[in-house]
Design a protein around this ligand. Structure first.
Ligand code: SF4
Length: 249
């Protein structure tokens, strides 16, 4: 009787080990170790871009507990030894600079304790940047990506303050200061027809150029259609490509 119990338990252990090995192998095959996390610091923003995906701009911020848990999680589940990316995102993250600082300091301290490292980026509309914030970014290696929709006219069409004033002048005024802390600047452009028109040479403007190269309509037909409408409205598209009924306004 005792022999039977022992052999049943051995079979049970064997099955458990097999199941664990199979699970580990499936996880390794289909779920790669995470290496990057986007932290939505806040839904607040001082701009009112009509294409913004954050509706209503509520005074809603990430809790430190959630942010710290995310950092702990990614440290635990990332590939050993790999450097891990954190994107600080919003809304406008610099509205809650206090949260940005606490999260960065926690990540750096935790990573140091575990012999790991993080690299940081922040996407910002640039309007709130000052020496203090830029110095913090420089000291902790936080690279900033500036949201900018091309020329002043195209930028100010959408990227306005709550009072309706365009934000281009404020941002442009800060660019020399930004370059003191990060000599290269990287811009994040929302490709409205106006923004495309602002950066594409006049001689290059045509629907053939914009639609197939910027938007693959088999992937995002609705995007291609709405951009084509805007392009026709603004005169960006100068001619209709043959056999493309979706470009009709
Ligand atoms: S700056 Fe960014 S977060 Fe703010 S309203 Fe514009 S798109 Fe939205």
């Amino acid at each position: 009787m005792r022999v039977k119990e022992t052999s049943e338990s051995a079979v049970g252990d064997g099955r458990t080990q097999l199941a664990s090995a199979l699970t580990a192998s499936l996880i390794a095959r289909y779920y790669y170790p995470v290496g990057h996390v986007d932290l939505f610091i806040t839904e607040r923003c001082n701009l009112r871009c009509p294409y913004c995906f954050v509706e209503n701009k509520k005074a809603k911020d990430i809790s430190l507990e959630t942010a710290f848990n995310a950092i702990d999680f990614i440290l635990k589940h990332s590939a050993e030894g790999a450097s891990i990316g954190i994107l600080l995102f919003g809304g406008e993250p610099f509205i809650r600079f206090d949260l940005m600082k606490s999260i960065t300091l926690y990540a750096v301290a935790t990573a140091q304790r575990e012999g790991r490292s993080f690299y940081f980026t922040v996407t910002t509309n640039g309007t709130l940047l000052d020496r203090q914030k830029l110095a913090f970014c420089r000291d902790y290696g936080i690279k900033f990506l500036l949201s900018l929709d091309g020329e002043p006219e195209s930028h100010n069409l959408n990227r306005k303050f709550a009072n309706g004033r365009g934000s281009f002048e404020v941002i442009a005024g800060k660019i020399p200061l930004m370059k003191c802390y990060q000599p290269w600047l990287s811009a994040w452009v929302t490709p409205t027809a106006e923004a495309i028109a602002g950066v594409v040479k006049d001689s290059d403007l045509c629907a053939d150029y914009i639609i197939p190269s910027a938007f693959n309509r088999t992937v995002a037909k609705h995007v291609a259609t709405s951009v084509a409408k805007a392009a026709h409205k603004t005169g960006v598209a100068r001619r209709m490509p043959k056999g493309t009924s979706i470009y009709h306004v």
